[in-house]
Design a binder for this molecule. Structure first.
Ligand SMILES: *[C@@H]1O[C@H](CO)[C@@H](O)[C@H](O)[C@H]1NC(C)=O
Ligand SMILES: *[C@@H]1O[C@H](CO)[C@@H](O)[C@H](O)[C@H]1NC(C)=O
Length: 540
């Protein structure tokens, strides 16, 4: 071949590559999910559970960065139903977030088609029902976003991939649990722990190979510790962040959180216990699954590896949390390195300190943020905003610092502006662990500390390589600080991931707002939007 022809060919190849990079439409993936009740005995005795397409847990969504999801949800329950996509940022698209502040629940014998994109995301996530305590009955599942082939990941492709949805479980059905909460009482401690809805699961791999373990805490109330007998766990990803790849004997995963681990099967060919146990509960609950080597000669034998020992309370756990770091040179879903965003050099435009509490209001247990216990209105806040329906929510209730007054009920929205950069300090003066989740974003978790946060606490912040994630724990009588870059317009739920607390009012909405309505900042209302409450009769 002459060099001119070769050059010509090269140019053609480059042109083709360019076309495929620039013009390739992001893929569309279509799903139809039908939600029904079923009867299963996850803890030995039969109980009512929620199935999606007959499955418990629901079907796993395996997606790729930038996929467009068109998912028709058909509700065959006797109650309104709504799913939320935990950690999917719904860029410019809080219309699809699937919480009561943004969406009407899907009525029985009705359907709603979600349309959203996994824009610039990678990692291990989950989905779950957001209303009516349905989460206590199932309806949750794994949601994995894999990298695009043109974008590298900072580890070799694993030889296999396991999704482990781990969570506490109650033997009472969701309606009974709901009645307990509605009557102003706590649902108390769970009855057991399940892995993928089962008391006993087996995961099979080949000796010498390396597997990805995607661990999510899908429970209602308790933190878990995860470990595998005889194997070390290499942490590679946390809720969309690529981490410095430390190895651990065990990891704490708090309610609503996810981590991705690499595990090499480098031990003699036997079976090994996979263990999850509850943390910070007086009597820990433990469940086991089995890691089965395909050439195994022996079943798993005790002792089951023990939970870590905190010399006092939770010092081990807090120390471990501080070892989770961003790998500054690795990219995430986009080609640029994570560390190219110097979050630590930006001065926050707003500082918000939020304290959780458990006040009695009208003689009933409620949970509150800065004394306001959130009540869901019949009209989603997002629709009230869009149709200019007054009187649905208040932007003046929630103060930027905790107050000492009694708790009260309200529908609180915190007003912010698009492109604000905010520092939030979660102050936990209670003696139970908290888990806070923000929809629409991930945020840098820059510090954990004991006692009361003060200005001096800022000296301990990690302003260089803190992780971004969507859910952060706050230890008992402690604080956690985060930074959030408010670049995603919409109405976003900030809530306790501990479901009793969320249900009884420990949540509110962050309205990230820009007076100018522009499609560059936010998508238009979907043409299939469901209307309810005072939005009925309005026309999108
Ligand atoms: C319900 O499903 C049908 C297709 O079967 C779809 O055309 C319609 O848009 C869905 N309804 C909503 C509100 O999304
Ligand atoms: C960080 O990511 C880079 C780029 O992929 C990789 O080479 C390096 O090993 C990672 N560092 C650590 C400490 O995990």
């Amino acid at each position: 071949m002459g060099s001119a022809t070769l050059l010509h060919l090269l140019c053609l190849v480059i042109a083709l590559v360019n076309v495929s990079l620039v013009q390739a439409e992001d893929a569309y993936k279509f799903y139809t999910w039908t939600v029904t009740y079923g009867n299963l005995s996850p803890l030995g005795s039969p109980q009512q559970v929620i199935l999606i397409n007959g499955q418990f847990p629901g079907p796993r969504l395996d997606l790729i960065t930038n996929d467009n999801v068109i998912l028709n949800l058909i509700n065959k329950l006797d109650e309104p139903f709504l799913l939320t996509w935990n950690g999917i940022k719904q860029r410019k698209n809080s219309w699809q977030d699937g919480v009561l502040g943004t969406n009407c629940p899907v009525p029985p014998n009705s359907n709603y088609t979600y349309k959203f994109q996994t824009k610039d995301q990678i990692g291990t996530y989950t989905y779950f029902p957001s209303t009516q305590l349905h989460k206590a009955a199932g309806g949750f599942g794994g949601l994995n976003v894999y990298h695009r082939s043109v974008i590298p990941i900072p580890y070799s492709n694993p030889d296999g991939d396991f999704t482990l949805l781990i969570g506490d479980w109650y033997k009472n059905n969701h309606k009974t649990l709901r009645q307990t909460l509605d009557s102003g009482k706590s649902i108390g401690l769970p009855d057991g722990l399940l892995i993928n809805g089962q008391p006993h699961s087996t995961f099979t791999g080949n000796q010498g190979k390396t597997y990805m373990f995607r661990i999510s805490n899908v429970g209602l109330s308790t933190s878990i510790n995860f470990r595998i007998q005889g194997h070390s766990l290499k942490l590679v990803e946390v809720e969309g962040s690529h981490t410095v790849q430390n190895t651990y004997d065990s990891l704490d995963v708090h309610v609503g959180q996810s981590v991705s681990l690499l595990v090499t099967l480098n031990q003699p060919p036997k079976d090994y216990y996979i263990v999850a146990s509850t943390r910070f509960t007086e009597t820990p609950l433990t469940t086991t699954a089995v890691l089965h080597y395909s050439n195994s000669y022996s079943s798993a034998l005790g002792p089951v590896p023990p939970a870590p020992v905190d010399k006092y309370d939770f010092d081990w756990s807090m120390k471990q949390a501080r070892t989770y770091r961003w790998n500054l040179t690795a990219n995430a879903a986009r080609p640029n390195p994570q560390g190219s965003f110097h979050y630590g050099l930006i001065t926050p435009t707003k500082v918000i300190k939020l304290a959780n509490s458990a006040p009695l209001i009208n003689g009933k247990l409620r949970y509150a943020v800065n004394s306001v216990s959130y009540l869901n209105p019949d009209t989603p806040l997002k629709l009230a905003d869009y149709f200019n329906i007054p009187g649905i929510f208040s932007v003046n209730l929630l103060q930027n610092t905790p107050s000492s007054g009694p708790g009260y009920i309200g529908t609180s929205v915190l007003p912010t502006s698009l492109h604000d950069f905010i520092e939030i300090i979660f102050q936990n003066n209670e003696n139970t662990i908290q888990s806070w989740h923000l929809d629409g974003y991930d945020f840098w978790v820059i510090g954990y500390g004991l006692g009361q946060w003060t200005d001096a606490s800022r000296k301990t912040y990690n302003l260089v390589d803190a992780l971004t994630r969507h859910t952060a724990q706050v230890y008992p009588k402690s604080w956690t600080a985060i930074l959030v870059s408010l670049d995603n317009q919409g109405m976003w739920n900030l809530r306790s991931a501990i479901w009793e607390r969320q249900y009884l009012g420990q949540q509110f909405y962050l309205r990230v707002w820009n007076a100018q309505r522009s499609l560059a900042n936010e998508y238009d209302i979907p043409n299939n939007v469901l209307l309810c409450g005072k939005a009925v009769g309005h026309h999108p």
